[in-house]
Design a protein around this ligand. Structure first.
Ligand code: ZN
Length: 500
């Protein structure tokens, strides 16, 4: 295994360079003074350049071929076989993109970010339009470089959800849409049944941090191997499995934002901390895909964190933490408030029921643009029409509509579907865990999460990137990703809350 060992040493350098860039990125989004931006961009670009050079070097290709020979006779479930397989994937992808394309993509999206911020602030889509058209062209080029079998969009999707196809996502979404749209409509007719008022009171940030971190640790986020800091847009970032950090923000007049984003990011972190130590520092040592990652964040944030059982156990502590503020609110009214459904414009504020519709809208628009059915210039109107069709509301401006998300300015078309896939998967995984351990809900009501956590450790986290995402889903749940578990979960939970 001489060549394999040399290959491991090379890819460890790539991982180290990327993780060093992550430390710089974390610092940029938390503590760096604004003046540091220019130098930081140069430093990160330098690290990324070297990491790309090591990964795509002829020597890497030679070692990879030789290592493939060395592991040829081994069992397909062997770790070394899995490692070589994933390096082959990463290597092919990295070498398919010409460096001129990578540079142009990076420059265009860096400038696009500034343009998007300005266009959104001024509600001026025309200002962003030329840049956005260019980004769509670059994404088309990228897809051609990467290659695809059926649809161009497959190549883009594959960057975030390896092996997933557009046709699969279309089928999944169309099944969900058929049941979800009438369900949402029925709930919205009874919108006044639930009040969100208790969440809009005075909640000091330090107390929010104290409670949120307590809950995250109870769920399984290990603070000896993690920490939390403040940022504008919450995220989770990994420097090693023993240093996985989360960030959040607090709105002192709205409890949900900080509390549930903490649980969400902790869910991502629990996944990364749960990857086996022997994979750390190798290309196997992280979450397998964005969709599977999102299943873990959604599990702890929503299925556990917004459950009645969880709050039966923790509501008393929450009331004590914010002395006096919630004295007149029963646990039942609090449970209803955190699960209030509303037709809203902004995806990141959407509830569990309407959320997938926000994703479908973006997926359909991206599809139509790549298929030539929709011109980029007509995207605002198409957006608003779909919003009206799905949720019965029409954005009053483009900041509430087509300009709300950062993704298009970053050139990450093909990314959105993974949010809804992960959301659906969270319910499918939870059902599979329940089938093995029916006592999980009773444990949650006792503030005990270890059975659920261990199940996820064994059936999801343990694989790292060793298998394709769809294989992990089948291994863990016995079937491919489907919409049923999520739809059943929504019907049971929200049907009861809204008396349907
Ligand atoms: Zn997430």
């Amino acid at each position: 295994m001489e060549n394999l060992n040399a290959l491991k040493a090379r890819t460890a350098e790539v991982v180290n360079l990327n993780r060093a860039a992550s430390v710089l990125s974390w610092d940029q989004q938390t503590y760096m003074p604004p003046g540091g931006a220019e130098a930081r961009a140069e430093q990160m670009a330098t690290l990324r350049k070297y990491s790309h050079q090591v990964m795509t070097a002829d020597e890497t290709g030679r070692l990879l071929e030789a290592a493939e020979q060395e592991v040829a006779g081994l069992d397909e479930h062997n770790d070394e076989v899995g490692l070589v397989r994933i390096i082959r994937r990463d290597y092919d992808r990295a070498t398919k993109l010409p460096s001129e394309h990578v540079v142009e993509f990076s420059k265009t999206t860096t400038i696009a970010h500034e343009t998007w911020v300005k266009a959104r602030a001024e509600d001026n889509f025309a200002l962003f339009l030329p840049t956005l058209e260019k980004i769509y062209d670059l994404c088309r080029q990228r897809a051609e470089y990467l290659g695809y079998q059926d649809q161009l969009y497959d190549a883009l999707l594959d960057q975030y959800e390896a092996g997933a196809t557009t046709a699969e996502v279309e089928a999944l979404f169309s099944n969900l849409r058929e049941e979800l749209v009438p369900f949402v409509a029925a709930i919205l007719e009874r919108a006044d049944q639930v009040s969100g008022e208790p969440l809009h009171r005075a909640f000091p940030a330090d107390k929010q941090a104290q409670f949120g971190l307590m809950a995250a640790q109870k769920m399984g986020y290990d603070m000896r191997r993690g920490r939390q800091d403040l940022t504008v847009h919450p995220f989770c970032i990994t420097f090693s499995r023993d240093d996985v950090r989360i960030t959040t923000r607090y709105d002192e007049n709205f409890l949900s934002d900080g509390l549930f984003s903490t649980l969400h990011e902790a869910g991502h972190a629990i996944y990364e901390q749960g990857i086996p130590a022997r994979y750390d520092g190798t290309p196997l040592g992280r979450g397998v895909s964005l969709g599977v990652h999102e299943s873990q964040s959604r599990l702890w944030e929503n299925i556990v964190g917004r459950s009645r059982g969880f709050w039966r156990r923790f509501y008393g502590e929450l009331q004590q933490t914010f002395a006096g503020v919630l004295d007149d609110v029963s646990v039942e009214d609090f449970y209803r408030a955190i699960n209030r459904v509303s037709a809203s414009y902004i995806r990141v504020d959407a509830d569990e029921v309407t959320y997938p519709l926000h994703i479908m809208l973006r997926f359909e628009l991206e599809q139509d643009i790549f298929n030539g059915k929709l011109a980029v210039k007509d995207a605002p109107e198409a957006w608003n029409a779909k919003m009206e069709a799905y949720l019965g509301i029409r954005p009053r401006n483009n900041a509430e509509g087509v300009l709300q998300d950062v993704h298009w300015s970053s050139g990450i078309m093909g990314y959105f579907p993974t949010y809804a896939m992960g959301t659906m998967l969270s319910a499918q995984l939870y059902n599979a865990a329940l089938a093995d351990h029916s006592g999980i809900p009773a444990e949650i009501e006792q503030g005990e999460f270890s059975t659920l956590l261990q199940w996820m450790n064994t059936h999801v986290h343990a694989y790292g990137r060793k298998y394709m995402p769809a294989d992990v889903v089948v291994k863990a749940t016995g079937q491919p990703l489907q919409h049923h578990a999520y739809m059943n979960y929504l019907r049971a939970k929200f049907g009861e809350i809204y008396g349907l």
